[in-house]
Design a protein around this ligand. Structure first.
Ligand code: PEP
Length: 262
């Protein structure tokens, strides 16, 4: 059955690439990927590269995302960048990534405020949620998902939930994790069902069906197809494998083939 939801392939470059390197990557990407919105290709570039890329990017081919921002719009917050300062560069913003939750101690409250700030500024938040290895071992996956989802969406009304994307990223599967293990499609399908049930509980079944749910965690060019075939998964968030433009392009091509075949 064809999904009514759009497919997203998002590169998370993390703290890699200078503006010049980012620009060379984009140049390479734009020569290779066709214009079109399915899949919607998104580059979550470092903040320092966003302006350069936004001048160069062909938005018919791909769009930009912020990896991070502070949730207040302006003020005495030395060293911070607000989403209102970069909203003309980006269409999307990652929020609640596990590296921000666990390395930078971002609280559930910070995350909820960031989701609200993105929506207020016309930017689509990509809310990242997922259990740790310990939560998984203790059988607390569903509780961790519910907790992160309800707190992250605390400020989001029924009218605004259509402006949100959810990324399921089990922390134990993210490649930067020392003992990372790729997740099995069955685990991801189950988590996706839990997320949709939780969304239905919060906003109603029809609205829950319309929210895109992506998967992220050690995806590469060889495994992308298997993940994209999971029922209810609407795309991928890719860290390590997105750093090589040719690999990322190959994943975009796979997504185009699989999602347009359905
Ligand atoms: C991420 O950090 O969002 C991610 C999915 O990373 P990786 O693909 O490297 O596991």
């Amino acid at each position: 059955m064809t999904s009514p939801r759009k497919t997203y392939i998002i590169a998370n470059w993390k703290m890699n690439f200078t503006p010049g390197e980012a620009s060379l990557y984009l140049n390479r990407l734009q020569k290779r990927i066709p214009a079109g919105r399915n899949p919607q290709v998104v580059l979550a570039a470092p903040t320092v590269a966003l302006q350069t890329l936004s001048l160069q990017i062909d938005r018919r081919q791909c769009k930009l995302a912020a990896q991070n921002f502070y949730w207040r719009d302006y003020g005495a917050f030395t060293g911070e960048t607000s989403i209102s300062q970069i909203r003309s560069f980006v269409d999307y913003a990652l929020v609640g990534h596990s590296e921000r939750r666990y390395i930078f101690n971002e609280s559930q409250e910070d995350i909820a405020q960031k989701v609200a700030a993105a929506i207020r500024n016309g930017v689509t938040p990509v809310l990242c949620i997922g259990e740790t290895a310990l939560e998984r071992k203790d059988g607390e996956t569903a509780a961790a998902i519910y907790n992160q989802l309800t707190s992250g969406l605390h400020e989001v009304s029924k009218e605004d939930i259509s402006k949100v994307i959810i990324a399921y990223e089990p922390v134990w599967a993210i490649s930067s994790n020392k003992n990372a293990k790729p997740a099995k499609p069955a685990d991801i399908e189950k988590a996706q069902m839990i997320i949709r049930q939780d969304l239905a509980h919060l906003y109603g079944k029809d609205i829950a069906e319309a929210v895109p749910i992506l998967y992220g965690g050690s995806v590469n060019a060889d495994t992308a197809a298997g993940y994209l075939e999971i029922e209810g998964i609407d795309g991928l968030l890719i860290g390590g494998a997105s750093l090589i433009a040719d690999t990322f392009c190959a994943i975009v091509e796979t997504a185009k083939r699989i999602k347009n075949e359905r």
